[in-house]
Design a protein around this ligand. Structure first.
Ligand code: ATP
Length: 237
């Protein structure tokens, strides 16, 4: 098998004395979309934070493009080509839409994405580019957050709760844009409350339960009941 883009190997991590992840292993190949699902508190955010350098872990526990990167500083990991669309968007409130996008490109990684291609993907952002980020609707803010992450020309793009708090019609628009992003060869990890939507879009999934992988594989290879059981912990597979 080809070397995965991202490999998480026996990852244990937490906050001080509190352990949130217990020996989690998973991998993401180039061009793949991994849906990471699990109930509140299962450890999804902690896993994302370990991969992006926001929660410490041992170096060998995270490998990106064949290099062990666990525990590296977040900006260093970003420069390597991992970008996150964070939960709650986290745009810079005092900056314009365009300034927010430009900040995403500050590491100067080369690739398909620049202001022109982001505006082509989300034309509303071009229209509103001079407005403060706070003037955007929730859905438009999510588009700006995705655009900002794309400006970094990542090889791995992590979406944390991309549809949280958005109206169904807006969620449809956002998901409609994802194939154009994945089509450029970017791999993605999708953390999503709407499990059915995430599984429909993903090529693979991993379900976390109380800090451990309870089920993983091809979404088509399991019944809805099996995945629900892995999610809520009614039984182990
Ligand atoms: P959610 O969907 O609610 O964000 P999650 O699957 O992302 O859930 P995590 O946020 O990773 O879960 O939380 C895993 C465990 O770590 C939980 O028990 C949580 O209470 C704990 N935890 C999360 N963040 C912190 C923190 N900053 N300090 C201490 N404990 C934390």
């Amino acid at each position: 098998m080809a070397e995965p883009l991202l490999a998480v190997d026996e990852l244990s991590a937490g906050y001080g004395d509190f352990q949130a992840l217990f020996g989690v292993s998973l991998s993401v190949a180039r061009g793949e979309v991994l849906a990471l699902v699990g109930a509140n508190g299962a450890g999804k955010s902690t896993l994302l934070r370990a991969v992006t350098g926001l929660v410490p872990c041992a170096r060998r526990m995270v490998t990106f493009k064949g290099e062990a990167i666990g525990g590296e500083a977040a900006d260093r990991i970003a420069r390597r080509g991992i970008a996150m669309v964070p939960e709650g968007r986290r745009l810079f409130r005092s900056l314009s839409v365009e300034e927010n996008l430009v900040i995403g490109g500050e590491y100067g990684r080369k690739g398909n994405w620049d202001l022109a291609s982001v505006y082509a993907l989300f034309p509303i952002l071009r229209e509103k580019r001079r407005m403060p980020a706070t003037a955007l609707s929730g859905g438009q803010q999510q588009m700006a957050a995705i655009g900002r992450a794309l400006m970094a020309n990542p090889e791995l793009l992590i979406f944390d709760e991309v549809s949280l708090g958005l109206a169904p019609i807006v969620i449809r628009d956002i998901y409609a844009a994802l194939p154009a992003i994945i089509g450029t060869g970017v791999a993605a990890i999708l953390v999503e409350q709407d499990v059915a939507r995430a599984l429909a879009f993903a090529t693979r999934f991993a379900c976390l339960q109380e800090g451990r992988v309870s089920l993983a594989g091809d979404p088509d290879g399991f019944s809805r009941e099996q995945i629900t059981a892995a999610y809520f912990g009614m039984e182990r597979h």
